[in-house]
Design a binder for this molecule. Structure first.
Ligand SMILES: NC(=O)c1ccc[n+]([C@@H]2O[C@H](COP(=O)([O-])OP(=O)(O)OC[C@H]3O[C@@H](n4cnc5c(N)ncnc54)[C@H](O)[C@@H]3O)[C@@H](O)[C@H]2O)c1
Length: 347
């Protein structure tokens, strides 16, 4: 029988539990061997429900020699430090986005992973979404000629009151970071960013609010443009759609995505269900992302979304924040050079 990667999950909140459940039941190349959460009751509940040993201390988890790789799904501000701890323990890492809360700690985490020769993958699950993957493949095959313009609509329905936004950061680092990665993945290296935001918040000084909308324009070094629109509160559902316009045509990506292929027609109207959250919209992508990570751990692949990609997305976050502050276009610093292994994966 083919060997399976022995993986653990650290952080058992919304996304950590989803990953743990997927590892247990839906990822052919992985076994879930242990879970951890700093909250003892959460850790115990999850461990018992998943029937795997649980701990409350991540260092204890990482010291377990049975573990080859760890999925880090703790609040964003803890990611960098936990990557460094995992690297010291010699464990491969799939870290949820963002790679870190700031570029400096992201670089330190990346350096620690490189120094320990462990793989570092970032949780940009859209790279595993069938619609977006197909678009990238068609683009690569020259189906629409040279890319000119990318539009992405990435909209959350609402932020539920139990979500601690402070642990996740502003809309740029928490939400638009996915779009920054997708835009680079499709169009290459960015050159310049312009961002405009509206907070709709009663308190204008709030840095993190439950109701934010942001529009970002990017110009890429190869000449193409991207227009990103993102909101925390669309009111109608969760949308992750786009359009790629090229010199010879266009690709429309999940513009009419439906979780269910059913439409109800009555009295001059048609009704169909919409995805209401990222879990249902990207169900298969989350599983494929974990399967990819398991095969990275088994030595079959290099990470699809690497630590370098994670840093590059954070550079875009930084430039967009600066543009918001200064109300003007801001140049984007170059992405860190890919390691030899990351270059092999990309070719
Ligand atoms: N890729 C995606 O689509 C996606 C979706 C949601 C969340 N995320 C990311 O996942 C991360 C977690 O988000 P969430 O919404 O699940 O948060 P959450 O608050 O629901 O869960 C975080 C969990 O981490 C635990 N924790 C805190 N400190 C810990 C420590 N030192 N050791 C172990 N566990 C600890 C908390 O007790 C909690 O259970 C964030 O970085 C977020 O940006 C990504």
């Amino acid at each position: 029988m083919r060997r399976r990667a022995r993986l653990a999950v650290a952080g058992l909140g919304r996304i950590g539990l989803l990953h743990a459940g997927n590892l247990l039941e839906r990822v052919p190349s992985a076994d879930l061997v242990r879970v951890a959460d700093a909250d003892p009751s959460r850790a115990q509940r999850a461990g018992e429900a998943l029937a795997v040993p649980w701990v409350t201390d991540i260092d204890e988890l990482l010291a377990d020699g049975a573990i080859e790789g760890v999925v880090i799904a703790t609040p964003s501000g803890m990611h960098a430090e936990m990557i460094e701890a995992a690297a010291r323990a010699g464990r491969h890492v799939l870290v949820e986005k963002p790679l870190a809360f700031d570029v400096g700690s992201a670089h330190r985490a990346l350096a620690a992973a490189r120094a320990a020769s462990v793989h570092l993958q970032v949780g940009f699950q859209r790279r595993f979404d069938p619609d977006w993957r197909a678009a990238r493949e068609r683009l690569g095959q020259g189906a629409i000629g040279a890319p000119r313009l990318l539009r992405i609509a990435h909209r959350n329905m609402a932020v539920s009151p139990d979500v601690a936004l402070e642990g996740l950061g502003d809309i740029l680092i928490d939400v638009v970071v996915h779009d920054f990665d997708t835009a680079r993945w499709l169009l290459g290296e960015p050159e310049q960013v312009i961002a405009v935001a509206s907070t709709h918040a009663p308190d204008e000084n709030a840095t993190v609010t439950r109701s934010e909308t942001v529009a970002v324009l990017i110009r890429f070094r190869a000449g193409a443009l991207a227009m990103l629109d993102t909101t925390r509160s669309s009111g109608y559902g969760y949308e992750c759609s786009g359009e790629l316009l090229g010199s010879d045509g266009a690709l429309r990506i999940a513009l009419d995505h439906r979780p269910l292929g059913l439409e109800q027609l009555a009295a001059g109207e048609a009704r169909a269900a919409l995805a209401t959250d990222h879990e249902s919209r990207h169900r298969s992508a989350y599983v494929a992302e974990l399967e990819h990570f398991a095969r990275v751990v088994l030595g079959e692949f290099e990470p699809e979304a690497s630590g370098e990609d994670g840093v590059a997305a954070l550079e875009l976050v930084g430039a967009a924040r600066e543009s918001l502050e200064r109300s003007e276009p801001v140049p984007v610093p170059p992405a860190p050079p890919a390691t030899a292994s990351a270059r092999r994966a990309a070719s």
